[in-house]
Design a protein around this ligand. Structure first.
Ligand SMILES: Cc1cc2nc3c(=O)[nH]c(=O)nc-3n(C[C@H](O)[C@H](O)[C@H](O)COP(=O)(O)OP(=O)(O)OC[C@H]3O[C@@H](n4cnc5c(N)ncnc54)[C@H](O)[C@@H]3O)c2cc1C
Length: 399
């Protein structure tokens, strides 16, 4: 496959910017254009629900120093509205056409809305961009009544930041345990207790019926009064461009093969939107994680330049809430896989493992930082280990 003359990347988030960096690192010397709807030099999202909200950082980390963009044609404030595969052209919102030899789609996700009455009231916050984070931070003052809808990662992190800033915080979710979908009831319970210990109130097991100027109306007829309402009910991958172009979709994302190539051989998709045919897992993997955006961005550079290496990294993510820090590697089904814990759930210092058919599917270290490399190796290998071994041996002794 001949080296492309012109690579176009749509999306200036972590995945798109990492792809641009890796293309230059690999010595690609042709035209390289990155289109981004936002007007900011590419930045990373995790601090938006942590240090930026807490006031511990002025803004998020940037993916590259400004000088990097002397080598890249970064077009900020430009939205791409169509891709014409047959013509190898993308079209921006002014109607201007931009040709490509290879196209990388890295359009990320958009926070989901709740289809209930009052969802269009002003004062409802979502969290995706630096503007969202700064606008919310202004409202998180001592004594403010904050209602967080959604007990997932973003909801829990926002609750922790708001409470740390002295707000009165209530979190509402129809599930009975926060983070249950990813961690299951036992480990999710650790987060419930952590937040309770810091004075966060839970309204679990009940959904939201609507929003009012005074707060949130719940399905059981009760109301939670709030000055500030934050929606953290998940994000939808931005697949419209790909869908309208006629690219194959799968599992809610853009279908890509093991090397991150989409159904058109000159198009690739990475980051939140990529539904990846992962060689280590049955079926496709689509995750919304910082590491996935960064690593797929780096990997796709090789694919764009003609390599056909599979992307093999196991999913990895992290979270920080109050004094709890954790890392999770792999992909488990917490309702069906077997949970094994080494350490103390009560002290919030432990490693949780999930086993399926005697093989390790995922591991999560909480407030323990020495075992990352060993846990990564065990999860990558889907190691055959017994519950007893996991409970008693240090991860490094099992590799
Ligand atoms: C508040 C927050 C906290 C997070 N914290 C963590 C964490 O602690 N740990 C973790 O592992 N993960 C975390 N994540 C998830 C992680 O940051 C994302 O999975 C990752 O940033 C996805 O990167 P991306 O490049 O695919 O998408 P994005 O970062 O969403 O970037 C996509 C970019 O493309 C632009 N775009 C979209 N469509 C177009 C178009 N048509 N034309 C031009 N530009 C377009 C968008 O405006 C956006 O700037 C967090 C996410 C959020 C929102």
């Amino acid at each position: 496959m001949a080296e492309p003359q012109r690579v176009v990347i749509v999306g200036s988030g972590l995945a798109g910017a990492s792809a641009a960096g890796a293309l230059r690192d690999r010595g690609y010397g042709g035209d390289l254009v990155v289109f981004g709807r936002e007007r900011h030099r590419p930045y990373e999202l995790p601090a938006l629900s942590k240090d930026v909200l807490l006031g511990a950082a002025d803004g998020p980390n940037r993916v590259h120093e400004p000088e990097f963009y002397e080598e890249v044609d970064l077009r900020l404030g430009v939205e791409i509205t169509a891709v014409r595969l047959a013509d190898h052209v993308v079209v921006d919102s002014t109607g201007a056409e931009h040709s490509y030899d290879r196209l990388v789609l890295a359009t990320g996700s958009t926070p989901r809305a709740l289809p209930v009455p009052g969802a269009d009231l002003p004062g409802l916050h979502t969290l995706r961009t630096v503007e969202d984070s700064l606008a919310l931070r202004e409202k998180l003052v001592e004594g403010a009544r904050v209602v967080v809808v959604g007990a997932g990662w973003i909801g829990c992190e926002v609750a922790a930041a708001a409470r740390t800033r002295g707000a009165e915080v209530t979190v509402v979710d129809p599930v009975d345990v926060p983070l249950r979908r990813v961690l299951g009831p036992t480990v999710g319970g650790v987060f419930r207790e952590l937040h309770e210990a810091h004075g966060v109130r839970w309204r679990l097991g009940v959904g939201v019926d609507g929003f009012t100027p005074d707060g949130v109306r719940l399905a059981d007829g009760t109301e939670v009064a709030g000055d500030v309402v934050v929606l953290g009910v998940g994000a939808a991958p931005n697949t419209a461009l790909a869908r309208e172009a006629g690219l194959a979709l799968a599992d809610g994302g853009v279908a890509v093969d093991a090397a991150l190539r989409a159904s058109d051989p000159d198009v690739f998709a990475i980051g939140d939107i990529a539904a990846h045919d992962h060689p280590r897992y049955d079926g496709r993997v689509r995750v919304e994680h910082w590491a996935n955006a960064k690593d797929q961005g780096v990997h796709v550079a090789g694919s764009v330049l003609g390599a056909a290496e599979p992307y093999q990294a196991s999913p990895y993510f992290f979270s920080d809430q109050f004094e709890l820090g954790m890392e999770y590697r792999g992909l488990a089904d917490p309702e069906n896989d077997r949970l094994v814990v080494r350490g103390s759930l009560e002290r919030r210092e432990f490693t949780a493992y999930w086993l399926r058919d005697g093989r390790l599917r995922a591991a999560m270290n909480v407030n323990q930082w020495d075992d990352g490399t060993a846990l990564q190796a065990l999860v990558d290998a889907h190691a055959a280990v017994s519950p007893d071994q996991l409970r008693t041996a240090a991860p490094g002794d099992l590799v």
